[in-house]
Design a protein around this ligand. Structure first.
Ligand SMILES: [Zn+2]
Length: 78
């Protein structure tokens, strides 16, 4: 279940990188911007950070055994 959690794409240089930590993805975006001036974008494979935080506060720890990634509603309804 250790899937990559974020995909960073840069349309300007047709680059695509995947990261398993959001912090790493953000660092890549910042470094890429510093190096090239490009505005890379990221696509999160899970919910956005705010929803993810809400899920954690609801008792979902985010570990694979506690997370049903196929169903975002799982976090809110059960
Ligand atoms: Zn680029």
């Amino acid at each position: 279940m250790a899937d990559k959690r974020a995909t960073v794409t840069c349309p300007e240089c047709d680059r695509r990188e995947t990261f398993d930590k959001l912090a790493t993805a953000r660092s890549f975006i910042e470094a890429h911007r510093a190096e090239t001036g490009h505005e890379a974008t990221w696509e999160l494979h899970r919910l956005d950070a705010g929803v993810e935080r809400a899920g954690r506060e609801a008792g979902v720890c985010g570990r694979p055994e506690c997370t049903t990634e196929d169903s975002p509603l799982y976090l809110g309804d059960r």
